[in-house]
Design a protein around this ligand. Structure first.
Ligand code: IPM
Ligand code: MG
Length: 360
């Protein structure tokens, strides 16, 4: 029996609702495979934990997570803990940074059966991956405020771009473009016309790294134009490499063009595998629909597929993806509410699991 130790952090809002379905899919995978055991350890961290204990996670939380091969995370953030940065800097961001999960991989793919929001664009046009830098840039956490509350107040938030950090994310994007069988191109998202230090540096490193990949087509596009092209010519994109903040913004746009944020999956990877990587849907805790049992669990289940792929079971990852595709492609299958259906979170999860069992 192969054994995988997975840390499970359902977190806040719809996090626990979608996590239940992600774990259902994982148990189904174990049954289908027959020779694989998942040892799950649940961590009750998040905003409720914060309100009880004053901490988003236990003091030795990161050490506890480090013992696992991967982390599944639902969502972080709740209206009872404000401002939001308290919860995010208490749980999600320290995991990404401490475990050097410098690649935030976000596939944007319009699956068959999902209505396109872009007139004239179908599944063959919307299929790209965003490689978002995940540990530095605009999220470096460097800055400060002085003269708070006075007319002379100053707030500084510094963007940090290191050569190591910039180069490794570029290399990851180029390697990924090589491995994909689409157009083999990398679009670097920049803003070097205005950000004359950080983004000029970003562009230079991109060009340097590109020299090692003469087989890959390259483009440098300013973020404002890139956000327009995602809508006007999504078919042009294959691999996108972007800074932390630009990648954050563009992947919500990507989620919209892939049909719904309820479908958008993500992986926070430490490619060297020195630390566990973390897999999470990109939608967040969605307090407006939390507790109603109507969140779409497919982004979470897709994130589980990405985990299986990364931890050495790509055939199981593909199987989960096929089950998702079969569910969405079958107009008689339960349809989540964000895609115009009436099915509950667990009905959609069950439908995916049924197909998973049938596909084996
Ligand atoms: C995401 C989220 C987070 C981010 C927030 C919750 C800090 O928007 O994963 O995209 O900006 O990285
Ligand atoms: Mg985001």
């Amino acid at each position: 029996m192969d054994r995988l130790d997975i840390a499970v952090v359902p977190g806040d809002g719809v996090g626990s609702e979608v996590m239940a379905e992600g774990l259902k899919a994982l148990h189904t995978v174990a049954r289908v495979h027959g020779g694989l055991e998942f040892h799950l350890r649940q961590f009750p961290w998040g905003c409720e934990h914060y309100l009880k204990t004053g901490r988003m996670m236990d003091e030795d939380g990161l050490a506890a997570l480090a013992d696992h091969q991967a982390i599944l995370l639902g969502a972080v953030g709740a209206p009872g803990v404000v401002p939001d940065h308290v919860s995010l800097w208490g749980l999600l961001l320290p995991i990404r940074k401490t475990f050097d999960q410098y690649v935030n991989l976000r596939p944007i793919k319009l699956l068959q059966g999902v209505p396109s929001r872009l007139v004239g664009k179908g599944p063959e046009d919307i299929d790209f991956v965003v490689v978002r830098e995940n540990t530095e840039g605009e999220y470096s956490g460097v800055g400060g405020r002085v003269h708070v509350g006075t007319p002379y107040e100053v707030a500084v938030q510094s963007n940090i771009f290191t050569r190591v950090g910039t180069e490794r994310i570029m290399r990851y994007a180029f390697d990924l473009a090589r491995a994909r069988d689409k157009s083999k191109s990398v679009v670097s998202v920049t803003k070097s016309n205005a950000c004359n230090y950080s983004m000029v540096f970003w562009d230079e490193v991109f060009r340097e790294v590109a020299r090692d990949y003469p087989d890959i087509e390259t483009h440098q596009v300013h973020v404002d134009a890139a956000s327009m092209y995602l809508i006007t010519k999504p078919e042009w994109f294959d691999v996108i490499v972007a800074t932390n903040l630009f990648g954050d913004i563009l992947t919500d746009e990507g989620a919209a063009i892939q049909g719904s944020i309820g479908l958008a999956a993500g992986a926070n990877l430490n490619p060297e595998r020195k630390y566990p990587s973390m897999f999470e849907p990109i939608h967040g805790s969605a307090p407006d629909i939390a507790g109603k049992g109507i969140a779409n669990p497919i982004a979470m289940i897709w994130s589980v597929a990405m985990m299986l792929d990364f931890v050495g079971y790509p055939e199981l990852g593909k199987l989960v993806m096929r089950a998702i595709e079969c569910t969405l492609g079958d107009h008689k299958a339960p349809r989540p509410i964000d895609l115009g259906g009436t099915a509950s979170t667990s009905q959609v999860g069950d439908a995916v699991c049924e197909r998973l069992s049938a596909l084996q």
